[in-house]
Design a protein around this ligand. Structure first.
Ligand code: PAF
Length: 272
């Protein structure tokens, strides 16, 4: 795997590289990321990953500073799993960066309590897309709203990049893999797995969806010690709240804090 520690080093080589499939990350890699690399292998292109903890997308300085880092094992994992290129830019990637405003969908779900978060995500991705010029870019669907906003951004700006979503990878307990899980104790991890149980329970009641059901589930999570940001059933393309089970693409999505750690997850209730 070829590692580029600066943008200029990468750009210097870019013209001699094959078509690329891009997997952006903030490091602290786990099997969820590796599943995206595996998905990338289904396409003919060479694979490039990036590692950059983007401070523009953090609302909370503490959260940014505490974000888990494990560069050496990240490099090992990518190498072992067949990634061809790795770009690790320094903070100068943010110099005179063009600021992108995410669409109104960014104000829903995670956007309600994280103002500017998706602007920060799209701002850095737009820069990466310009530098890397990939044919394909792959995102995990655990961050469903991010996946949707990136797809919309690429479409609206006529960027010639195919955006692909990778399925959420879970621990045996159901807990969705996330770098933030490393900030949880073993006991907290067990509690955190209730998030998935709540989602699957809502799915098993999908023909009886009511606001009361969602309120009860929120209450249950609160009693377990979560601070629930949202637990919402919505249309997977507009993110508008909906309890209409006759619709295709109905999604149940949740964000909740356990201690200082914010966890998100979602599952589809009806097929897209
Ligand atoms: O999902 C992430 O890890 C980040 O939001 C991303 C896409 C790497 C942009 O910083």
């Amino acid at each position: 795997m070829k590692i580029y520690k600066s943008i200029s080093e990468f750009l210097h080589r870019r013209d001699n590289l094959a078509e690329l499939t891009f997997v952006p990350t903030m490091g602290n890699l786990h099997q969820g990321h590796i599943s995206l690399i595996d998905l990338a292998k289904q396409y003919e292109n060479e694979i490039i990953a990036s590692i950059f903890i983007n401070k523009l997308q953090f609302n909370n300085k503490n959260d940014y500073e505490k974000y888990p880092k494990s560069l050496e094992s990240d490099i090992e994992l990518l190498e072992k799993n067949g990634c061809d290129h790795l770009l690790i830019p320094d903070e100068s990637i943010l110099d005179s960066i063009e600021v992108i405003k995410a669409s109104s969908k960014s104000k829903k779900l995670c956007g309600k309590n994280r103002p500017g978060h998706f602007d920060g995500v799209l701002t850095i991705l737009n820069k990466f897309f310009k530098i890397i010029n990939p044919k394909i870019s792959i995102f995990g669907k655990k961050d469903y709203q991010q996946f949707l906003l990136v797809k919309e951004f690429v479409l609206n700006n006529h960027l010639n990049i195919k955006i692909i979503g990778g399925d959420t990878i879970r621990e045996y307990s159901g807990l969705a893999l996330s770098s933030r899980n490393n900030l949880l104790s073993e006991t907290e991890k067990q509690i955190a797995s209730s998030i998935y149980k709540v989602l699957t329970d809502i799915k098993s009641h999908k023909n009886l969806l009511t606001k009361e059901l969602l309120d009860n589930k929120k209450k249950y999570l609160t009693e377990l010690g979560f601070e629930v940001d949202y637990l919402t059933v919505c249309d997977a393309s507009t993110l508008d709240e909906s309890l209409s089970i006759n619709k295709n693409g109905l999604l149940v999505a949740v964000a909740a804090k356990l201690g200082e750690v914010r966890l998100i997850d979602n599952i589809l209730l009806t097929k897209l």
